[in-house]
Design a protein around this ligand. Structure first.
Ligand code: ATP
Ligand code: MG
Length: 449
């Protein structure tokens, strides 16, 4: 993180310093160029106004030459360079060179412009790489052209001269960036480090409010992980305990038969007990597998429109024999109610509720399965006239392995996982479960879709 921030800041600084330098150089050079051109134009005009060249030309009389005079001699010591050219391009006078060696100047852009428009200017790169020559030409009344020129730094040389300054500023900024980057990352990471060291403690208000959602999420996830770990531990302990009881019984009975201590009718009874406990183990393992299947959210569900009433009737039909065995009246009433659900899961939910109503009922009791619409939403309820559930246990009966009366439940072969499965299935269908129960009078469990 530190390295990334440092790199980012350095890059931004380098870009900023470089672009600012280029921008300033361009603006400065443009102003400088204008100044040079203006000065040169003023100087040329002033020189023309002195009339030195006109008089020298007039004095010669042949139109292609001139008479030397003291003023022209004076100008030879002058800078900028002055060139006087006749209308045919021949150089008449140059204060910096011998005119005999100079070529015809008619092809020079500033001379052509002066002949055509009265004045002309141009900039040419000098032989020396970092200098430009500025030219300014003026058409005099007698048809000759007066040209002045001066050398000034080119933009490249201005930029090259600025390079050490740029490098110096960049170096200073680089150091500032590294220091700033370190300071920033330390400040940014401090609250995170404090939080990481104290995930279980109370959240103190963070220096950066923008980090609050992140902190809340991490905290929630941490609590979730702890809760899941504790649930898993409880579950493993419960499973081990539930497996141990029937296995101990099976092993005990088998040992008695093996040693020959039991004989005749006792062997039959022990075999019955072994089968009963083995069935219990099987049903326990099936329920655990079922719960773990329901936990897997990626398992595809076959959701479609299902009539709760006809499904409830089918479940009642399936469990009518079990109800009859206990002399219970199992009936189904209500109207059709369509829900979007996974049929197999919904059937499992209804059958689990009816099985409980059978298991925890009294002799000659009743069970009524109702379906219909409540508050504009489909519902299903299973009401029994059984033993009822104490108020303090009503919340907990949906927990895994929770049984109100362990010995009674074990007698009837209950594992305490049925309602956990029911709750899971309801959650998958976004349905709500409510319990209404009176001890000794009966229980009504409603699933509202
Ligand atoms: N209709 C009911 N009347 C009274 N008590 C009930 C009723 N339904 C559930 N209970 C109580 O809630 C507990 C949890 O029920 P759950 O169905 O989860 O487990 P179980 O019936 O003991 O075992 P199984 O896994 O075989 O269903 C039961 O042990 C019982 O004490
Ligand atoms: Mg049950």
């Amino acid at each position: 993180m530190k390295q990334k921030i440092n790199r980012g800041l350095t890059l931004i600084t380098l870009i900023a310093v470089l672009s600012a330098t280029i921008g300033i150089t361009l603006v400065y050079y443009s102003l400088f160029q204008t100044r040079v051109k203006q000065d040169l134009a003023l100087y040329t005009r002033l020189l023309a106004d002195t009339g030195v060249f006109q008089s020298a030309h007039a004095g010669a009389g042949d139109g292609s030459s001139y008479t030397e005079n003291t003023a022209l001699e004076e100008l030879k010591r002058d800078n900028p360079r002055i060139t006087w050219i006749s209308s045919d391009g021949t150089v008449l006078y140059d204060n910096g060179a011998d005119v005999s060696g100079l070529p015809n100047h008619l092809d020079r852009p500033e001379i052509r412009d002066a002949i055509l428009h009265g004045s002309g200017e141009s900039v040419r790169r000098s032989d020396t790489f970092n200098l430009n020559t500025f030219y300014c030409a003026l058409l005099l009344e007698d048809g000759t052209i007066l040209r002045t020129s001066t050398e000034a730094s080119s933009i490249t040389s201005v930029f090259v001269r600025a390079l050490p300054v740029i490098a110096g500023i960049s170096a200073v900024f680089l150091v500032v960036c590294v220091l700033l980057g370190n300071l920033l990352t330390t400040q940014l990471l401090k609250p995170l480090n404090v939080m990481a060291e104290n995930l279980d403690g109370p959240i103190e208000s963070l220096v950066y409010p923008e980090l609050q959602p992140f902190a809340d999420k991490i905290r929630a996830q941490h609590e979730n992980i702890l809760e899941s770990a504790s649930l898993r531990q409880d579950f493993t302990a419960n499973v081990s305990h539930e497996l141990k009881t029937p296995l101990t019984a099976i092993s005990g009975y088998a040992e008695l038969i093996e040693t020959g201590l039991a004989g005749g009718d006792q062997v039959t009874h022990m075999a019955e007990q072994i089968r009963h406990n083995a069935d219990r183990l099987l049903s326990l393992i099936n329920d655990i597998i079922r719960l773990s299947e329901l936990d897997h959210q990626e398992i595809p569900r076959k959701f479609r429109n299902i009539d709760l009433h006809s499904l409830a009737e089918e479940c009642c039909g399936n469990l009518s024999v079990s109800a009859e065995k206990r002399h219970l009246t199992l009936s189904c009433e209500g109207s059709s109610a369509i829900v979007t659900a996974d049929r197999d899961l919904l059937k499992e939910l209804i059958e689990n509720l009816i099985q409980n109503a059978i298991q925890y009922n009294r002799e000659n009791g009743t069970i009524l399965v109702r379906t219909g619409q409540k508050h504009g939403r489909p519902f299903l309820s299973v009401q029994d006239s059984g033993i009822g559930i104490p108020k303090e246990d009503q919340e907990r009966i949906f927990e895994r392995f929770y049984r109100v009366d362990k010995s009674r439940s074990r007698e009837t072969g209950g594992t305490g996982l049925g309602l956990a499965i029911v709750k899971h299935i309801a959650e998958i269908h976004e349905a709500k479960i409510s319990v209404d129960s009176d001890l000794g009078k009966g229980t009504c469990i409603t699933v509202q879709f």
